[in-house]
Design a protein around this ligand. Structure first.
Ligand code: NAD
Length: 499
């Protein structure tokens, strides 16, 4: 069986020894496809040393030089986008169409980073005091790391490294051990694009590798995306070591449907957002908040759509939804469906008995729909991360807004309505980082920043956009005077003020 290895200093590394490792599956067949090496702290140390030794060369590469590498990388991803999408589908299970969308959204961050000369521009003020100028510059941090989840094995790393590298940093990626191969394809394309070896590195692994990254004194900053308990751990341990950390966590995304909404449109949007990628998106809609009488029309419209989703292998034409990532995750999601029934919710569509012909050992679970879910139930409280939609019925707009705002997560939210005033009030008062108005998955474009509020983000900057540039650089403010040969030379012990 092949072993997925690390990529250190421009070469594959670390696959030969039979050390700790994980198994990579094909979720559509359930078969074991590869082993993935798990890095030790000394592997992480070797990676950081490789990155540190190249950092000065890359930091000192001109903006034009860096931009040329980024444009070449952009061309390579664009040209080979299908190869990358197929690799994602093979290890994650999502449909090819979905994987292609993931690649496209990652590519858009590379395109943003191609504009780094403008994004990095500092500020200049002439004559802040007599014949004294002041200016600020943004400089890279050094070696920075990204730790990423299984659900977007290409896009989430691409939220981070194009911006970090464009800013002049060296980067260490620790991808998810469940679908690790995309990272190595990206590493090869960086090398082909002319990025100096050691600027982009990959260490495969689990908690051991993550903790070694958090503790390593040679790493200046860590970007993390994953579940809330791990995000909190990464934030606390990383900042305790003096690192800059942004840690994006889990989600429980609500979609509020007001009585005046276009029910057919809303039902299609919600089914797409709830069941797309088998619900394994951090922006997936999980709780549908039906206001007033709209539930009576909405629930049957949702049920019709849930029951007609074509579930099958991600590689097959016509599949709309693929399997879940592992059998353990599929079983966990199914156990939530059982808990929902036990706790008194009404299971309107049950996907647990779904069989995909020829793929009986695949990790499939069909779309499930619950009605009359209440906030005390575990299917409402927990992030399920599977194809399970829960309808919560409430009486009014204020009840809906209060429910969303009391939820500890604050990643994404949507409202469906034809009432502009209600939508505007919602946008203003809702305590969530990303808001959609008649848009179910309001994932910001690369030139805006992506991030949630509350327990969906630990730290204070979002990823990509200007906040990404901010995160991966530090500001230096310079005050400069060029003394005139005949100028004053006296000693002044008072605090300097402008004159
Ligand atoms: P996860 O938290 O299990 O894993 C994320 C990363 O942390 C992986 O690289 C993993 O190897 C590492 N990790 C796992 N356990 C660890 C531990 N005990 N100590 C240290 N590191 C550990 O998340 P996942 O299951 O891969 O991804 C799904 C989760 O990610 C969901 O909660 C989803 O909402 C979240 N997510 C959030 C966003 C966002 O933008 N907020 C985006 C994508 C995914």
């Amino acid at each position: 069986m092949k072993t997925v290895t690390h990529w250190i200093g421009g070469a594959l590394a670390g696959g030969e020894e039979a050390g700790r490792h994980g198994i990579v599956y094909d979720p559509a067949t359930g078969s074991e496809e590869a082993r993935v090496a798990f890095a030790t702290p000394s592997d992480v140390d070797a990676t950081v040393r490789a990155a540190r030794s190249t950092f000065p060369e890359w930091r000192d590469t001109s903006l034009s030089g860096r931009t040329r590498v980024l444009f070449r990388f952009r061309e390579l991803v664009d040209r080979h986008r299908d190869e990358l999408a197929r690799l994602i589908t093979a290890e994650h299970g999502k449909t090819l169409e979905d994987a292609r969308g993931e690649v496209q959204r990652g590519l858009e961050v590379v395109e943003l980073a191609c504009g780094i000369p403008s994004l990095l521009q500092g500020e200049f003020s002439e004559n802040v005091s007599t014949r004294v100028d002041a200016y600020s510059i943004r400089q890279p941090l050094g070696v920075v790391a990204g730790i990423t989840p299984f659900n977007f094995p290409a896009m989430v790393p691409m939220w981070m490294f194009p911006v970090a590298i464009a800013c002049g940093n060296a980067f260490v990626l620790k991808p998810s051990e469940k679908d690790p191969s995309a990272s190595l394809l990206l590493a090869r394309w960086w090398q082909e694009a002319g990025l100096p070896d050691g600027v982009f590195n990959v260490v495969q692994g689990d908690k051991v590798a993550v903790d070694a990254i958090l503790d390593h004194p040679g790493i200046a900053a860590v970007s993390f995306v994953g579940s809330t308990p791990i995000a909190r751990h990464v934030y606390e341990r990383g900042t305790a070591q003096g690192k800059r950390v942004q840690a994006l966590g889990g989600a429980k995304n609500h979609a509020v449907v007001l009585p005046d909404a276009d029910v057919e449109m809303a039902a299609s949007a919600l089914a797409s957002a709830g069941y797309g990628s088998a619900g394994e998106r951090c922006m997936a809609v999980s709780a549908v908040v039906a206001v007033g009488e709209v539930a009576d029309a909405l629930v049957p419209a949702l049920a019709e759509r849930a029951a007609s989703v074509v579930v099958g292998p991600g590689m097959s034409d016509g599949s709309q939804m693929g399997p879940l990532v592992t059998s353990a995750h599929r079983d966990k999601v199914a156990s939530y469906v059982e808990a929902g029934i036990r706790e008194g919710a009404e299971l309107v569509v049950d996907g647990r008995d779904l069989k995909v012909e020829g793929h009986e050992a695949g990790f499939f679970l069909g779309p499930c729909l619950f009605d009359r879910v209440t906030p005390e139930m575990s299917i409402y409280r927990d992030e399920i991360f599977g194809p399970v939609l829960s309808v919560v019925r409430v009486g009014s707009f204020d009840d809906a807004l209060g429910l969303v705002n009391r939820n500890p997560y604050g990643n994404g939210v949507a409202i469906f309505t034809n009432d502009g005033l209600a939508a505007r009030r919602f946008q203003s008062e809702v305590e969530v980082g990303m808001v959609g108005i008649n848009v179910p998955i309001p994932t910001p474009m690369a030139y805006f920043s992506f991030g949630g509020w509350k327990q969906s983000l630990f730290g204070d900057t979002h990823v990509h956009g200007r906040q990404g540039v901010h995160f991966y650089t530090r500001t230096k403010a310079v005050t400069a005077r060029w003394p005139e040969p005949t100028g004053e030379r006296a000693v002044h012990l008072g605090f300097p003020t402008a004159d």
